[in-house]
Unconditional design. Structure first.
Length: 129
């Protein structure tokens, strides 16, 4: 499925890539375990594959988030959401709406991560843009 997964949102411009990010003002380096997309607040968020909602949380730096556990050790993380329409333990299907996008200090941004067995994957290599 590498390169063939649907985007978790209808459209979005990548504003922060996967991997090391250097703050131009301070020179500090941080790690982004996913990608950040610029998208209008309140846009629909879709499950990229079927699975079980393993966690709903409100976490520092992530805001409201959903984690879905998929087959074969894969997990997807959907963060910076304004609304969540699923519950922990729910079984979700491919392209099911799981909530709506929110905002961060950087503006109307949605954060997405993809993991396998505890290792982050570059979502750009897995999603169909």
């Amino acid at each position: 499925v590498k390169g063939n997964l649907n985007l978790p949102v209808d459209v979005g411009l990548i504003v922060s890539d996967f991997g090391n990010i250097t703050d131009n003002a301070t020179g500090n380096i941080s790690i982004n375990n996913g990608i950040d997309l610029s998208i209008a607040r309140g846009s629909k968020v879709y499950a990229i594959a079927g699975g079980i909602v393993s966690m709903i949380a409100d976490a520092p730096f992530y805001g409201k988030l959903v984690i879905i556990t998929h087959q074969n050790g894969y997990r997807s993380v959907y963060a910076s959401m304004s609304e969540i329409s699923v519950n922990a333990g729910d079984i979700v299907k491919l392209n099911q709406v799981i909530g709506k996008t929110g905002a961060t200090l950087e503006g109307q941004t949605f954060h997405f991560e993809l993991w396998i067995n505890g290792t982050p994957l570059n979502p750009v290599e897995w999603l169909r843009f």
